[in-house]
Design a protein around this ligand. Structure first.
Ligand code: 5GP
Length: 201
């Protein structure tokens, strides 16, 4: 069986990554990697669903055991991708989505050059500010911190394979689906489609 695709999705806080991905994850063959973090849960977030919420000590223990595929510090907290579930799902032929920030994505670029890198852009920085204010889940301080990270993050989008502008949600979802489909059809990723044709002489 073919291995699944490792799909890395980044984008500044408030660009609507989560909403786009919720649509994409309606496909049973796509698995969302639940990250670990040391930040506190937001209202409504569930441990093991949105994140594995860990203490700093536990997180550092996992780093020490090579249990993280990648990790980064972002706005004063650790965020990381537990290695085993990702590797298991890829081996089973499922596509895996990592929703991670830019430093983590750069680490995956080094370790897994065959992964697909997608950057979700807001239509503008002004709109990003509006969305973060509207979400209302962060304090004014945190919003300012996240906005000041945003421009720096967006400058790194040049390093990704694809960009998707999340202006109109349905268009962004269609664009991401098209990217995944194109990668599925790539001769590099699935050469055995070619082998199948040749075998049926
Ligand atoms: P938030 O606190 O808004 O949930 O996430 C903050 C940032 O951390 C987002 O850009 C999000 O994509 C990123 N992030 C979430 N999980 C991971 C992870 O496992 N690794 C890395 N490097 N970044 C992550």
């Amino acid at each position: 069986m073919n291995k699944g695709l490792l799909i890395v999705v980044s984008g500044p806080s408030g660009c609507g990554k989560g909403t786009v991905l919720a649509e994409i994850l309606k496909n049973d063959n796509i698995f969302y990697s639940v990250s670990a973090t040391t930040r506190a849960p937001r209202p409504g977030e569930v441990d093991g669903v949105n994140y594995h919420f860990l203490t700093k000590e536990k997180f550092e223990e996992l780093i020490g055991n090579d249990g993280m595929l990648e990790y980064a510090e972002y706005c004063g907290n650790y965020y990381g991708t537990p290695r085993k579930p990702v590797e298991d799902m890829l081996t089973e032929g499922k596509h895996v989505i990592l929703e991670i920030e830019v430093q983590g994505a750069m680490k995956i670029m080094e370790k897994c050059p065959d992964a697909v890198f997608v950057f979700i852009l807001p239509p503008s920085l002004k709109e990003l500010r509006r969305r973060l204010n509207k979400r209302g889940t962060e304090t004014e301080d945190v919003i300012e911190k996240r906005l000041s990270e945003a421009a720096g993050e967006i400058k790194q989008a040049y390093k990704y394979n694809y960009t998707v502008v999340n202006g109109e949600l349905s268009e962004a979802v269609d664009d991401l689906k098209a990217i995944i489909r194109a990668e599925e059809l790539s001769a590099k990723n699935y050469p055995n489609y070619i082998d199948e044709v040749l075998e049926n002489a």
